[in-house]
Design a protein around this ligand. Sequence first.
Ligand code: GDP
Length: 635
Amino acid sequence: MVNRMRVIGTAGHVDHGKSTLIAALTGTHPDRLKEEREREMTIDLGFGWLILPGGEEIGIVDVPGHRDFIENMLSGIGGIDAALLIIAADEGVMPQTREHLAILDLLQIERGIVVLTKTDLIQDDDWLDLIESDIKTVLKGTTLQDAPFVRVSAKTGQGLEVLLSRLDEILRDTGTRPDLGRPRLPIDRVFSIAGYGTVVTGTLSDGRMSVGDEVEILPSGKKGRIRGLQTHKKKEESALPGSRTAVNISGLSVEEISRGESVVTPGHYLSTRRIDVFIRLLPAVSSPLKHGIEVKVFAGTSETVALLRLIGTEALDPGEKGWGQLELREPVMVVRGDRFILRRPSPSETLGGGIVLDPQPNARHKRFAETVIKQFEAMLEGSPNDVLLQASLAMGPSPVRDIITRSRLDDIAASQALVELSSEGRLVPLEGTELTFDSDTFVMAGSAWASQELKIKGILQEYHSQFPLRRGTPREELKSRLQVNAKIFNLFIKKLASQNQIVEGGTWISLAGHKIKFDDKQKVSIIKLIDLCAANPFSPPIVKEMQAFVGDEVYTALLDQGELIQVSPEVAFRKNDFAIIEEKISRHIEINGKISVAEARDLFKTSRKYILPVMEFLDASGVTVRDRDFRRLKK
Ligand code: GDP
């Protein structure tokens, strides 16, 4: 049985003793690593691990290299279970202490310990109390406001035991991370190990990964397969969500993968260049956040520049919350609910952060539309039903499975929401009637379907009134007016046809109950035409004459209705007359085995002008086949 290894991260001002403390806690010596590496594949995860008094191993993400760069901290900090906020006793709160604390708060890291380091330098307990009360003021209103304090010295080892048992306590009820069956791992490092090939590391979430699984790298879309997994120094068959994980990937070289991308199961995720977001501006920012500015966005391990469109306001004041849409310069892979940080590119400053509401909005939103803000509110705080419905509304007609992925609900919540929404008609299947959470069935929000239905019927009605003599609207015309792709269009039409609301012909579509209607004048001309035909049923007026007599529109309508049968560009007969022709010719062949053109002509006392097209028409319709100068019945 694999257990998830919990992960903690460090934060704090430069030179406050982070690395020294981690070294003292882990006792991880480079030599030992080297030895292990030689013995067996050991993936250096870029982090250490330590053993808690209770025996549990936990991972520590220490900000590697360039530790004075806050942006490096960001790539490692996502997905940690708890933070150690490290503050040197001789200096107290410094600018980076505040900035790191703000980031932990924006990322909603709920658990942490404030570690007062270098206490060996301060003999005076009153001073330590003073520093601590100062820190408490700074922590107020953040996720760490109730965090315990521990005083340590890495030099003397004082307080280290206490720190470990505090860690044990705060991590005790962190529990498991949701397993949504759709693993993703934002990559923080890519490297290669001789004999094994490409390895990436990161913190796994939303599902488990197993050796042998096919994986996709996003945004690039490249595919590979998991050859090996380690959740710290141990090889595992599977890795659990929430674990620091190293993935050995076959089929892809180191050059084909970059930090900031994600390893995911194929088919579940999409990359994006536009996201809808909830934003919280830090109270301490130097100026208001204005609409239309460029910001740096840090999400997962990715970093990109984005144009910020504020929704519902022109600017956010320090400490304010609001809505926005980010137009990203490079694609990223994020999901609903992901936290991110916004920074000003220059002079660099952490501005705030927020939550991804919709990772794939179809369009730019109207900036001051009430409906948009309502939709944002539902995505931020709504029930699973609201969230699923909003995802469906935002996506339009789509497979159930894609809508659920976008909603980022777990399977149980999603299934329940599906049942409720479909029984209330708020979500409708476009095919079949049953909805299951993992199916490819296309669905649509009930309200969106209702307006689509109205639109289709409106277009058909309009066409019928404009062209009362036509059977229906040409399919292609209806499709282009609806502006949907062929797949969706066919689903719409099939659904309405199955409900007997519309009738589908080969190339046309009509409202159910639509009948071609002639006016009185037209009726009179039709009767006259019928009389003319009746006078010479097998040598009727030619097509051009018929058209001139009743008009082109009426003539076509008579063809559409099947009252006239046109056998060639020149020749047409009344329905019944043609039936007699077909019947007599068939009978003649049955008795005589065959018929010639001359025989057929004599049979109806007509001319070759009429009978030749008839014979060709019967051949083409599969009634007869030609055999030199004769016709026989087609078997
Ligand atoms: P970081 O930048 O936060 O990782 O800080 P370091 O761990 O590199 O430590 C900065 C300096 O403080 C180094 O010179 C350390 O030797 C020193 N230092 C770290 N912890 C202690 C401590 O507990 N006591 C004393 N006296 N010095 C310390």
